[in-house]
Structure formats: C-alpha cells, structure tokens
Design a binder for this molecule. Sequence first.
Ligand code: CAO
Length: 244
Amino acid sequence: IPPIPAVDFSQFGAIETKPLARIRKLSAAHLSRCWLNVPHVTQTDEADITEVEAFRKQQSEELAAAGGPKLTLLPILMKAVAVAMKSYPEFNASLSPDGESLIMKQYCHIGFAADTPNGLVVPVVRDVWSKGIAELSAECAALAKKARDGKLKPDEMKGGCFSISSLGGIGGSHFTPIVNAPEVGILGVSRALMKPVWDGMAFQPRLMCPLSLSYDHRVIDGAYAARFIVHLSRLLADVRRLLL
Ligand code: CAO
C-alpha cells in the first residue's frame, strides 16, 4: 500500500507532538489489519425497542430498589445477538487461515467495545447462550469498569465470536463498524429515537434503534446478513421471542 507522504506541519503553523498511548497503538495496528484484510459490507436496519425499553426501565427500577446495579440495553442486545447467531450460525464462524474452510463455533462469546481514557478495548463476555440478562448485565458492568480502570487481563479480551459497538449512550445514527477479525460480524448500535411508524391504519410513536451490521463478505452473503438483521430486529421488538 503506498504510504501517506510525511508532511512537516510546522511549516503551516504551530504544532505539538503527543505520544500515542499503548492501547491506541495496538488497536491502530489491529484495526488496520482488519480493514485491509476483510471485504466489509454494512447492512443497516432500525429495531422497534419500544416494549423492551419499557421492560428495561421497569426492571432497572426494581433492581435499583433492591440495591442492585441498573440494567442497560447492552446485555439485552448481547442476548438477542447470541440467540440470532443460533439461527444464523455463519455469524459464529471464522475463515481458516488458508481460506479453505469455515470454522463453526459451538460456543458463543461476545465482545463489546468499551471507550476508555486510553483508547478502545473489547472485553469478551463468555458463554452468552447459557446466561440470563441479569447475569450478562452484571458481567458487562464489571468488565466495563475494569476496562475504564485499565485492569482488564489479556484473557478477558480473547476468544470473541462476534462484537457489539454501542454508541447509543452518546448519540448519532448509523455508522460503519470495522469487523473485529477473525470474527466475521460486528453490530453497531446507535441512539434510539421516537419516530412515527405506520401500522397500516395510523402513525404510531415508536422508539426506533438504529443498527449497523458490518460483515466479512467472504463468509457472509448479503441476503444472509439481511435475514440476520431482520431476525435480530424481530427479537428486539418482542423479547419473548428470546425464549423460543
Ligand atoms: N439508545 C438510546 N439510549 C441509549 C442507548 C441507545 N441505543 N444505549 C444506551 N443508552 C442510554 C442508556 O439507557 C443510559 O441512559 P441513562 O443514563 O438515562 O440510564 C445512557 O445511554 C448511558 O448508557 P451507557 O452507554 O453508559 O451504558 P451501556 O451499557 O449502554 O454501554 C459501554 C456501556 C461500555 C458500551 C459504553 O460505556 C461505551 O464505552 N460505549 C462506547 C463504545 C465505543 O467506543 N464504540 C466505538 C468502537 S469503534 O471506534
């Protein structure tokens, strides 16, 4: 790849040179490798999370009243992604290094991007299939705290099958997350907004959450990814489906 030519910026005005934090240097190299090796496509959708958000708020209040931690959207998304991966197992696969076969995983570990003062890290929650939302919530909160405090162990950032990057707490709509190779899919989640949605008779106010699914097009076909995101949106629209 032709390098970007070096520029002496000081000829244009005053500058200051700041060394990059170690995590930022590591993630820069990893993200460049992922971007250059994986042919990316990003499929977007909007999930109706009106009911699940009402449920989340009610549960959060009950947990807080009992002195527990609040329930955020992230563990609910994580559970829904894990359940969707059961129906769409190619999202739980990796390409073999020689590109000759797909390695299908019979476990489900999901990473989530955590913003820390030193840069981006991706702690991994293990065995999401076998855990309930309250347990996932406690684990996400503990891992996010460790990430912010710079106390994550290397093992806690390994073994992920899929990643979630949630920017919903900040804002913005859709974006194009970079696949965290050798995983083949990553879900970007943005801020949910109340929108008028036509129900066939009238517009109804519904809380719509933008989803951005980037995938490795060597492994996943566009139709498969579209079916996956539609399935995921349906699971989020009615979380009772997670029990089926
Ligand atoms: N829509 C609307 N509101 C949302 C939301 C969404 N999709 N997701 C979260 N929120 C709200 C929460 O309900 C919470 O509201 P209250 O404070 O009123 O309860 C608030 O936003 C803060 O949520 P949060 O982001 O702190 O909590 P979380 O569990 O959803 O996320 C974590 C945790 C670790 C994912 C987050 O702190 C973080 O680091 N996000 C950044 C990830 C990132 O950098 N991604 C980019 C990677 S690629 O460069």
